[in-house]
Design a binder for this molecule. Structure first.
Ligand code: SAH
Ligand code: SF4
Ligand code: F3S
Length: 487
């Protein structure tokens, strides 16, 4: 579920003009969802095209951007060729993520040559990290907008429309966009993200996020609640509460002065409806409390799945990483999860080849995968990021071939553990929320169980996306469960 690996928005593949109608596309958008115009001949309306990379927070931010742009007359298109404004919401987490964006900027600049006047904007973390450097580089970028400056987009776009460059990379201590109703992009109408906080106050030594996203701040709990209620009214059946460290969510009600913590927020959202599933990401091992775990256990609709990134299984490396927990602490949290919710699935993020990591320390990461029994993991080799604590303090001294070999070992083991985890589900029956057709066949539905596992099963009867069904698993591979509907 967590998509921290740099990702392309699905709709960037959809812009083959030969496949697109000349007329305004009638897409079945509901109120609050993007109505795309992808035709070849524009109707004079101003259009923006947006690609998003990086984590779910970025995808969620693009929906805020879409909403703000809508207010000044820009509507979305999936066809870059008719766009007046091309935006890329960027990620800086690893060097590769930035390289991808640079390549996309070259493509956008080619497009600009065939449609002069097209504006190109860089949003998000890379905009924040590189600031005016984007404008100094020879590449034609008209707008540079950091994650806390999206309210300024109407002014910045107007500046660019006048032929000047627009830049705002101010990081705020307060901005949470709590009053902005996101325009759901590329929505399946069933699952949606809700941003509950922004920024990060942890200083993991490898991580660029505190520099690109600024200080941690929590969003008004009641605005989160009304967003969840609104989504439920519109037919959505699952919300994912997003933050870099959701367990440190803390909002003070200005009237009562009462503090709402993450466990309390979870409960508030869970009470919207029994039929609204709640997920959240990301949990930090140092902050996840038993109160959160008991709240999850108490409510059937809070999904039994926790993304709990370990980063390394070795205490010395964790200390260098400044994660502020050690192997034992992490194992205690995992044990508490399985004790309080025996059916809970846990996933992780792991970095290989961090500064000075030895072979034995790498073995500790491998043994953690097996011990914690992760259902899946996002795995990376260490990429030094300019300005981070690690870049300042430690040499990036593990050769790339060793980092990659260790990464391959981690991936191979995780695949085995995922397969074992999935095969253990064979014979079990799960409640599944239907999300849509399976990728491979229109005759099959796909959906997830509470543990966030994708289950594919043949269609039968009169069902539709958004409905809950019971599915008995009869087979599995390391990524997917295969099953049959049960009555
Ligand atoms: N807030 C989340 C992580 C956000 S970044 C948390 O604390 O868990 C997503 C993942 O990218 C991280 O968990 C980490 O595994 C990876 N990552 C971050 N910086 C990295 C770097 N410099 N090199 C390689 N991977 C990195
Ligand atoms: Fe980065 Fe650490 Fe914050 Fe996660 S908790 S965003 S890894 S600094
Ligand atoms: Fe990337 Fe920024 Fe998210 S650096 S991972 S898009 S917070």
């Amino acid at each position: 579920m967590l998509k921290f690996a740099p990702q392309k928005c699905k709709y960037m593949y959809d812009n083959n003009p030969t496949l697109l109608s000349l007329d305004k596309e009638i897409n079945e958008a509901r109120q609050g969802e993007a109505l795309y115009f992808d035709g070849i001949i524009s109707d004079g309306q101003k259009r923006f095209y947006i690609e998003s990379y990086g984590c779910q927070m970025n995808f969620s931010d693009s929906e805020i951007v879409a909403s703000i742009l809508g207010e000044v007359g820009y509507s979305p298109t999936r066809n870059m060729e008719i766009a007046d404004l091309i935006l890329v919401n960027t990620c800086s987490i690893r060097e590769k993520a930035e390289d991808t964006v640079r390549k996309r900027l070259e493509v956008f600049n080619q497009q600009k040559k065939s449609k002069p006047g097209t504006m190109i904007g860089v949003l998000g973390c890379m905009a924040e990290r590189l600031k005016s450097k984007f404008l100094e580089e020879e590449k034609l970028v008209d707008l540079v907008v950091g994650p806390d400056a999206y309210r300024d987009l109407p002014n910045l776009v107007a500046t660019a429309e006048d032929g000047d460059k627009g830049i705002n990379v101010f990081l705020s201590r307060e901005e949470t966009y709590s009053d902005i109703s996101p325009l759901r992009l590329d929505s399946n109408g069933i699952t949606a993200f809700i941003s509950i906080m922004r920024g990060c106050d942890n200083m993991c030594s490898f991580c660029v996020v505190p520099f690109t996203r600024g200080r941690e701040r929590s969003r008004d709990a009641f605005s989160i609640l009304s967003e969840a209620e609104d989504l439920f009214q519109k037919g959505y059946r699952e919300v994912t509460l997003l933050g870099q460290n959701v367990d440190s969510y803390k909002w003070e009600n200005p009237e009562t002065k009462k503090i709402v913590n993450f466990a309390e927020l979870l409960e508030m959202v869970a009470l919207v409806s029994q039929d609204l599933r709640i997920r959240f990401s990301t949990s930090h091992p140092k902050d996840i409390t038993d109160q959160v775990l008991y709240t999850m256990a108490k409510h059937e609709n809070i999904c039994k799945y926790i993304h709990l990134p370990v980063q390394s299984g070795n205490s010395r490396v964790l200390e260098l990483m400044n994660r502020t927990y050690d192997r034992e602490w992490y194992m205690d949290r995992v044990s508490a999860i399985y004790r309080i919710m025996p059916d809970c699935a846990i996933s992780s993020d792991i970095i290989t080849g961090f500064c000075t990591e030895t072979e034995e320390e790498h073995q500790d990461s491998l043994s953690m995968i097996d011990w914690a029994n992760y259902s899946m993991s996002y795995m990376f080799f260490y990429s030094e990021r300019p300005g981070t604590l690690a870049a300042k303090k430690f040499a990036d001294d593990i050769p790339e071939n060793i980092k990659k070999r260790r990464l391959n070992e981690i991936i191979a083991l995780q695949n085995q553990v995922s397969l074992r985890h999935n095969l253990a589900d064979v014979g079990k029956t799960f409640k599944v929320l239907i999300e849509g057709n399976s990728k491979k066949s229109e005759n099959d539905w796909k959906g997830r169980n509470s543990q966030n596992k994708m289950i594919v099963f043949p269609k039968k009867g009169d069902l539709k996306p958004g409905e809950y069904v019971f599915v008995k698993v009869h087979n599995a591979n390391s990524a997917t469960l295969l099953g049959e509907l049960v009555n």
